[in-house]
Design a protein around this ligand. Structure first.
Ligand SMILES: *Cc1c(COP(=O)(O)O)cnc(C)c1O
Length: 230
């Protein structure tokens, strides 16, 4: 089941990319395993998928310990500053940096281990009150500040689009994030790359790929509905 679901998504990535003349190797599927047992990740690994996403540090840590060490773990959820120290050396990329305070904490913890954190800046494209992320028009100045940190490398932007049953409704947010990324890339800020665009989830990843996503974060479509009450 899980493996079939992943293969189906790889097929869709190929089809959508050929529709818009993109190379499918530019799109990484991040299988979002949050709330699911590590044994589900073991099954998913049989598909060849090596990128997994978690939104809680503790859960990422637990699965990191139990699973093969060549998995790429992505921290995709809101990150509290006091939890940063548990991610060092474990997370391949942190997708949810949205403040200088958090970036400074990441700098401090990664410097201690002489490592560099690969991060994305989370942008709240739809301006939803309930969501984390920086406002689009404050993104460049935040990136300029973070770019001075030696142990933090900005690799691109991330957004969580609103929940919708109509994926086309989110196209404007994906397009907007790509335009913002192109704009920031044109400023050639030292120590900043805009290579990655983390956007698209179970309901809207095809639209996100059409708009330039390089990382889609898919949970429900792979592992099934989540139950938060257990
Ligand atoms: C849970 C989560 C996802 C996956 O959502 P699905 O709709 O289940 O695919 C993607 N991104 C983030 C940040 C998440 O927290």
């Amino acid at each position: 089941m899980i493996v079939d679901n992943i293969k189906e998504i790889y097929n869709e990535i190929n089809e959508t990319c050929s529709k818009v003349n993109r190379d499918p190797s530019e799109v990484t599927l991040i299988a979002v395993s949050k709330t699911k047992p590590y044994t589900d990740v073991e099954k998913a690994l049989e598909s060849g998928c090596v990128d997994y996403g978690e939104n809680k540090v503790q859960e990422l840590d637990q699965k990191y310990d139990l699973l093969p060490k060549d998995i790429n773990w992505h921290m995709i959820g809101h990150l509290q500053r006091n939890k940063v120290k548990y991610l060092v050396g474990k997370a391949k990329m942190i997708h949810s940096v949205d403040s200088l305070r958090l970036a400074n904490q990441i700098e401090k913890e990664y410097a201690k281990k002489d490592m560099i954190a690969m991060v994305l800046i989370e942008v709240n494209m739809a301006g939803e009150e309930s969501k984390f992320g920086i406002k689009p028009d404050e993104t460049e100045s935040l990136i300029r500040e973070i770019s001075t940190l030696e142990h933090v490398k900005v690799c691109g932007l991330m957004t969580i689009a609103p929940y919708t049953l109509e994926p086309e409704e989110n196209r404007k947010y994906f397009k907007g994030l790509r335009e913002l990324s192109v704009d920031i890339a044109s400023k050639n800020i030292d120590n900043v790359s805009m290579d990655e665009l983390s956007m698209g989830m179970s309901g809207d990843y095809n639209v996100a790929i059409e708009e330039g996503s390089t990382m889609i974060r898919v949970g429900t479509k792979i592992f099934g509905e989540r139950n938060y009450n257990v």
